[in-house]
Design a protein around this ligand. Sequence first.
Ligand SMILES: [Zn+2]
Length: 458
Amino acid sequence: MREKQKGKGLIRAILLVLAIWGIVYWSNKTLHSPMFEKNPPKITLPNTLYWNLQSPLTIPIEDDSSLKEITAYLSDGTHQVEVLKQNFLKKSDHFEAKIDAPKLGLDLKNGILKLTVSAIDNSKWNFFKGNQARKQAIITIDETKPEVFPLISSYGITKGGAGLAIFKAADKNLEKLTIETNFGKEFKPTPFYKKGYYAVLLAWPITEKRFSAKIVATDKAGNKTRSRLSFFLKNKKYRESTITAKDSFINGKITDLAEDRPEQTKDLTPAQKLDFINATYRDENNAVIKKIATKVDQNVLENFSLQPFYPLKNGKVVASYGDHRYYKYHDKVISEAYHLGIDLASTRRADILSTNPGVVVFANYNGIYGNNLIIYHGLGLYSLFGHCSQINVQKGDIVKAWDVVAQTGATGLALGDHLHFSILIQGIFVRPAEWMDSKWMQTNITDVIEGAKKMIDK
Ligand SMILES: [Zn+2]
């Protein structure tokens, strides 16, 4: 009798377990119900982090079903303080836990805290207890702002031109160092000479009315220091000119270049075709250049003594930098562009010299620039040669001072054999005249570098 009842009880228990398992299995598989999901909440917290105790720490937490409870503790090794307890009345599958610095109870002297975050979900898994997640992070307290001060810079900067600045920036946990400008461009500084010092070449784009720049240093804890770089600003008026486009020009060079983009140009009128090449295609070619000439190496700069650029022996200037050119066709302005380099001409297929050493970063056909050569000289400075008939170097080649790197020509948007010569700083075209002038270079570059070294060594 008793044996029989025992046996019945066991069968009932087995059936009950099977039934529960069946419901769980069915609800998970068939209904995709998260009711019995087995995944613990996901706590996004790195193993180590930095905190200035000012802004709250934000920790995103997610769950497949919904969150039930979140707790967080901070510990200094001896004492522990509860800094967050959140119970959820409404169903919520994600939450941003915000943790403020505790006012009392912790010793912050050691500069290290341990944060423990736990979260439990509303799943019926684990015998209705839910899934639990726990994550810990070691926090370094850093309330010290980065130390920044400008050391020395070029006296002035001219619209369309360049300037050099050298400064000090130090922080135990430096995260980002950049030069912010009023026109949205951020310049990247290069480590200079000794630890904690930086140099940066800056450019005032010709299309910008104003120029201002400040050093911005941010550490890993979010402490930020800003310091303005002061330059005497020299405005400069650039020439505006109107060019009448002849049919022979459109049927010749423009049509030749349009063949690079047959799909986009096949249905265009002569005027539209000229504007396509002069504006749209020019922008596309400039984008290729800017992408390459924006990079700045991060090797420590020991020295930066360049010769004035002298790319063409006895080269005569046939067009200057900054010309704002309007193109007229049948008495109507149909296109405009800035000339962002200078044009030099001597004899046909004349030798092009790289007066300064560098590394070839581009040697290829590039639309209106024709056969286009770009050389990097360090500190974010690039020289560019366009319309070449021939290029004698390849990408990656090291160029010595006074090497013959190419020959002039009329490839791209060029009428006669000449050299289009440009200088770029971190992707911005600047006045080549400054970099071809020994006095400007002495005062604005060489003297600044030497002056900075003396100040640092003192
Ligand atoms: Zn040109």
